[in-house]
Write a protein that binds this ligand. Structure first.
Ligand SMILES: Nc1ncnc2c1ncn2[C@@H]1O[C@H](COP(=O)(O)OP(=O)(O)O)[C@@H](O)[C@H]1O
Ligand SMILES: [Mg+2]
Length: 276
């Protein structure tokens, strides 16, 4: 083999050495306008099918509400998307290229899927703005972060998020002194600091006053477009106030999908809710 030939064979794309393959996920490929594909997903716990042949597609930039009676599989579905639970079968893709079932929780978060749990977990003894700084730093450590100087771009990013979540007046206030609703918004802000493309939000309206609910509806609506947002929520008035497309889960699969009016007038949906 000539030197040139061996060079060529060394450079062949399909023969890249293992250590040269980057461990960062490929860029999010949204060429078909779909950000999340869940196909024929099933998972059983001790023989009980919590998710049963679930098919769900989320478009890039859409705000999707997921409703369904207790035990329908809503939380389990989120656990599968974020890598907390591995399904027994099916496939889960983030854009065209990223296979979520081959990644663990930190890798999925890094790839751009952020999850907000029901209970806010802010750093109560730090100022609102410090909470955002800490979220931006991710795993770099508290001491380093709070003593580091931010560059202009980072300051702008924090400022932008403070405005989006409506807490610019409270920036210097301790997070522990915020109302329940404000803490929820701060936590959404902390998620946004990581620049997620897809946000999963579990029961954002729970425990909120009517006014806080209205503000939360505005916030989630404003995030759609530049983000894709999946909201699981029980409060039907809240869902109605933000709903574009609604998916009804029942016994681990999709029972109905459509506008709020369509699903609320669907006889099968009425029956499962009456049965609650
Ligand atoms: N880790 C688990 N072990 C056993 N059963 C589970 C587990 N997680 C969920 N389940 C069961 O799966 C079903 C779906 O639960 P879940 O996803 O929490 O429903 P939802 O969020 O819609 O109320 C329920 O019957 C629940 O008891
Ligand atoms: Mg749940």
């Amino acid at each position: 083999m000539s030197v040139l030939q061996s060079m060529r064979s060394f450079m062949r794309r399909d023969q890249v050495f293992e250590f040269l393959i980057p461990d960062t996920p490929p860029d999010l490929d949204l060429t078909h306008g779909v950000i999340l594909y869940l196909e024929e997903i099933s998972v059983s716990f001790d023989g009980f099918k919590a998710i049963d042949n679930l098919n769900l597609y989320i478009d890039d930039g859409e705000l999707r509400c997921i409703i369904g009676p207790n035990g329908a599989g809503k939380t389990t579905m989120m656990d599968i998307i974020t890598g907390k639970t591995r399904p027994d079968s099916g496939s889960a893709w983030f854009g065209q290229q990223i296979n979520l079932l081959k990644m663990d929780e930190p890798e999925i978060a890094k790839a751009g899927i952020g999850r907000k749990f029901q209970k806010p977990t802010v750093f109560e003894h730090h100022a609102v703005i410090e909470n955002l700084e800490l979220a931006m730093a991710g795993d770099k450590g508290v001491w380093v972060t709070l003593n580091a100087r931010l560059n202009g771009e980072q300051r702008d990013h924090i400022d932008e998020i403070l405005h989006i979540i409506g807490l610019n007046q409270q920036a210097a206030q301790l997070a522990g002194s915020l109302s329940h609703g404000q803490k929820q918004w701060l936590e959404i802000g902390m998620l946004l600091m990581q620049n997620p493309k897809l946000l999963l939000v579990d029961e954002p309206a729970a425990g909120m006053t009517h006014q806080e609910m209205e503000r939360t509806a505005e916030l989630l609506t404003s995030l759609a477009g530049s983000h894709s947002v999946i909201v699981v929520e029980h409060d039907m008035d809240f869902v109605r106030s933000i709903a574009q497309k609604v998916t009804v889960l029942h016994q681990g699969s999709v029972l109905a999908e459509g506008t709020m009016d369509e699903v609320q007038n669907d006889q099968r949906v009425i029956e499962v809710y009456l049965g609650e």
